[in-house]
Each structure stands twice: as C-alpha cells, then as structure tokens.
Design a protein. Structure first.
Length: 254
C-alpha cells in the first residue's frame, strides 16, 4: 500500500503532503499506546503531598497544561491536574488539592492507536495513563502524540509562533533554547565557546556528545552549560532548558 502511495505521488495523482498523511494512517493502524507513550520514568508528574510553591515551580518549569498526580510513588497515579486549576489554590488556599483532580483515563499498553483516538474524541480527553499487565503506570500518551503519527509534528505551547527567535528566558531565569538553534547563537547568548566546525545546531552537538538523541528529562553538561531536554519528538530535541552547569554556578558564587 505504501509503495502504491509513492507511485501515486510520482504520477502526481496525490500531493506529497497527502501521501505522508496517508502513510501515517496506515502505520498507525498497526501501532499501540505502548509504541508511542512517554515512559513513566520520563513523565513530568506532581506529588499530591508537595507544597504549593513546589508544585507551582514545577508547572512553570515544564510548561505543560496537564499533569498526572501521584501519591506515594510515581506509578501510583491518582488523578490529572490542569495547570489552570492550580491557580485556584492561590486565590483560595483553603481548597484541598484533591478536589481539583480530574479522573484519569487508563489504557493498556496494547491499546491500538486507532481505537485510542476514537476514545479521546468521544470522551473529550487529551491525556491517558498507560498501564502495564500488572496494572501499574507504564507511561502516558496524549491526543497530540497520536495525531502526530498521522500529520507529523504539531506546534505546541513551547513553539514560537513567529519563528523569530530560538532562545527565550523562562520564569525562573533559566533559558529555553530550541534544538535547531545555531551554535553560534548559543555562544553569543551565553558567552561560551562551543565548537562550530562539525555541527550547525546545538541539538546536533549535544546528540553527538551523548552518542545518541537524548530523551526528555536527560541532561548534558557542555561548555559550562547544562542542557536539559524539555521536549523531544521525531528523533530530535525540540527544546532544551539551559542553565549554568553546577560546578560553574558554584564557582561563580564563591
């Protein structure tokens, strides 16, 4: 079938964009939630017992709109918290965080993406917790993850609509740097001297130093900076959170 689509594109019967989407639909038919999910160890989760300031800092730091909330240990997900709901605690501290949690949707790792997409649409859910054969959380999957298997990468809350800059200051004073940012731009922004000879982008340089494409949550110290992956999709890093490497920061303070 995929070969037929390629031939149809070659004969100009369909547009290249249409072929890519149709191929995505065909591939998705054989994929499951376990193939696409973000593994539990890389999930950004909130502790139900954490103080408000700590929760707020984590929400600001990661920039997601929805967070799984755990109790006791990270694979014990008890609910989903909308970032906007957390602000209600600031206005009414007497509220119990548990009352703001939304019922999580649980799906098995074997759940087909076609069926999962239908469920996302029918129950108006955007996120599901993927569980393993023992009933423990194995990861999470969003409707965006499923749709990207069809249409390719979707712009999200980390994306710059005007594409005019690739380095931004976050609320905590750290920097958000696009994976495709030019190394030269990073050197200028941070007064560093990262090598320019072999790679054009910071994502390429970091991947080379690690020997592979890093996953979300992983970090690498390079040139006095710490590059922590905020978002990785399609075999590439979309966004890094960049701070001074701990030893450099400690030296600056002493």
């Amino acid at each position: 079938m995929i070969q037929s689509l390629a031939e149809a594109e070659h004969r100009e019967l369909i547009e290249p964009e249409s072929r890519v989407m149709l191929e995505g639909v065909i591939r998705m038919a054989s994929m499951s939630a376990g193939d696409v999910m973000v593994a539990v160890r890389r999930m950004d989760v909130l502790d139900i017992d954490a103080p408000y300031d700590e929760l707020l800092a984590q929400v600001i730091d990661t920039g997601h709109s929805r967070f799984p909330v755990f109790e006791g240990h990270k694979d014990n997900i008890i609910g989903i918290l909308m970032a906007k709901d957390l602000l209600k605690l600031q206005r009414a501290p007497e509220l119990n965080l548990r009352t703001l949690l939304r019922q999580p949707v649980f799906v098995p790792e074997s759940k087909g993406l076609n069926e999962l997409l239908r469920e996302f649409r029918s129950n108006r859910s955007h996120l599901a917790i993927v569980i393993d054969e023992f009933g423990k959380a194995a990861g999470l999957i969003t409707i965006e993850d499923v749709l990207e298997e069809i249409v390719g990468e979707i712009e999200d809350e980390f994306d710059d609509e005007d594409h005019q800059s690739s380095i931004f200051t976050l609320a905590d004073g750290s920097q958000r740097v696009a994976g495709d940012a030019a190394i030269e731009s990073v050197n200028e922004a941070f007064a560093t001297d990262l090598p320019l000879a072999d790679f054009d982008t910071i994502g390429g340089l970091v991947a080379h130093e690690l020997g592979r494409v890093p996953r979300r949550g992983e970090h690498l110290d390079l040139g006095g900076l710490r590059f922590k992956v905020m978002l990785a999709r399609g075999g590439a890093v979309r966004w890094f959170k960049v701070t001074r490497a701990p030893d450099v920061a400690d030296g600056a303070e002493s």
